[in-house]
Design a protein. Structure first.
Length: 270
C-alpha cells in the first residue's frame, strides 16, 4: 500500500481508478515521474523484446525503425544506442528529422516523399540486419526484401489499417490483400527470419515480462534510457490527444492524466 507502481494492462487504463492483478504492477524506480512511468512499459518492453529477444541485436549491425518518432520508435532508438556502433535508419515525416538525428538516427528518411527501400539501398546496398515493422501489408514484403542474409523482420502492428479518424474499409481491404505471406521452404533458401510480436497476448508470461522490466529499470537508473514525452493531456481533452497522434504530429509518447496540472488550470482561469 502506498507504493508507486507502473501498470501493464491490455485495456481499461483511461480512468481515475483501476483494479489490476498485482502481477501486472512493477515498482517505479527512484526519480521517475508518473508521466515517464506511463510511457515506459508498453513501448519499452515491445522495443526491447523485438530488438534483443527476436532481433538478437549485436554491435556493428544496422536497423530500420519505422515510425521512428513514435512511442516504440523512440524507445527502440534509445535501446539501439546501448549497443556499440549500431547504424539506425528511421522513417518519419521531414519535420521530425532534426529531432531524430539528435536522438541518434544516422539516416532519417521521409517516407512521404521518398521510397524508403531505395534510400536504404543507396546507403547500404546489401540492406539491413533488422527491420521493425509496425506497418503490415505490402511494407512487410518490402522489409523482408531489405534484409541481409541472416536478417530478421519483426512485425508488431498493422498501422496501414489506420488512415484517419474513421474506419477506411478500402485501406483495410488493401492491407489484407497485400499482407505478406511466405512458406518455410522460401525462408530456408533466403536465410532470413520473420517474427511476429504482440505484447497484448503475453498476459500470462509474468516471469518473462518481469525479467524484461528489471533490465529496463536498470537501464533507466543508469541514464541509458529515458521515456520521451511529446505532450500531456487531461481526460477531458482526449479527442485532442488522439488527434495529435492521428495527424502524426507527436515526437514521443502522448500521455493522458485525470486532470490538468494545477499551474495550467490557474493560467486558464486567469
Amino acid at each position: 500500500v502506498g507504493d508507486k507502481v507502473m501498470v501493464l494492462a491490455r485495456s481499461g487504463l483511461w480512468q481515475e481508478v483501476v483494479n489490476v492483478p498485482a502481477t501486472h504492477t512493477f515498482p517505479m524506480p527512484e526519480g521517475m515521474s508518473f508521466e515517464e512511468a506511463a510511457a515506459l512499459l508498453v513501448n519499452y518492453i515491445t522495443a526491447y523484446m523485438i530488438l534483443f529477444d527476436f532481433g538478437n541485436l549485436r554491435p556493428n549491425q544496422s536497423v530500420l525503425i519505422h515510425m521512428a518518432a513514435g512511442g516504440v520508435g523512440t524507445a527502440a532508438i534509445q535501446l539501439c544506442k546501448t549497443v556499440e556502433n549500431v547504424t539506425i535508419f528511421g522513417t518519419a515525416s521531414a519535420s521530425k528529422h532534426d529531432s531524430l538525428k539528435e536522438s541518434g538516427v544516422a539516416h532519417p528518411i521521409d517516407y512521404r516523399t521518398m521510397d524508403y527501400a531505395e534510400e536504404v539501398r543507396k546507403i547500404s546496398p546489401k540492406g539491413v540486419d533488422i527491420v521493425l515493422d509496425p506497418l503490415g501489408g505490402s511494407d512487410t514484403s518490402k522489409a523482408f526484401n531489405l534484409l541481409k542474409p541472416m536478417g530478421k523482420v519483426i512485425t508488431y502492428g498493422v498501422a496501414n489499417l489506420l488512415t484517419g479518424q474513421k474506419k477506411n474499409l478500402m485501406a483495410m481491404a488493401k492491407t489484407w490483400w497485400n499482407q505478406f505471406s511466405i512458406n518455410a521452404l522460401q525462408l530456408l533458401h533466403q536465410n532470413k527470419a520473420v517474427c511476429g510480436y504482440h505484447l497484448g497476448y503475453m498476459d500470462e508470461e509474468f516471469e518473462l515480462l518481469r525479467s524484461v522490466v528489471a533490465k529496463l529499470v536498470n537501464l533507466y537508473s543508469q541514464g541509458k534510457i529515458k521515456p520521451k514525452i511529446d505532450s500531456v493531456w487531461p481526460f477531458d481533452q482526449v479527442a485532442e490527444a488522439m488527434r495529435q497522434m492521428q495527424e502524426k504530429k507527436n515526437v514521443g509518447k502522448v500521455i493522458l492524466v485525470p486532470e490538468a496540472p494545477k499551474e495550467e488550470s490557474k493560467k486558464a482561469e486567469n
